[in-house]
Design a protein around this ligand. Sequence first.
Ligand SMILES: [Zn+2]
Length: 167
Amino acid sequence: MSLALIQVRVFNASYEELSPTTLANAIKLVAVQGRAEVIEADEEQLMLTAKGEPFLIPKVIRMLEMLRVPFVYSDEYFSKHGVLKRDKHTCGYCGKAATTHDHILPKSRGGLDTWENSISACLKCNQKKADRTPEEANMPILYAPDKWVPQRIYFRSDKPRRRKKTK
Ligand SMILES: [Zn+2]
């Protein structure tokens, strides 16, 4: 997985969740500016700093200072359950009731766990499509999930000290 694609979850000093940020920005906040701490790191992946020291890739960071963010829109975190909800439990291939999650570009071919690469599917269609793209399987998608990344909104009402965009 490309490091550039990694998103890091960000919490405010008060532990409210903010918008996720890029890995590069998270590392800058923690290691360069000292404005955030790592709450959770990916134990399975190591990076090397410029000095060649191993460095765990942060997954969740927390700001050490309170950021004022009145409200923030950001993409909802991806979940397979969320895909079913988004698609109203409707199979993207046959329109019947869906109970499973399908990677449009199969995972075995590099497809990612993202909203854009996900569609709800009934078990039958999921098994039929298997490790193929919709084109290869001749199973066109009935609707376009790439247009729909669910959004979430955060509200903030804390005492302002500094305003910052985390994106
Ligand atoms: Zn189906």
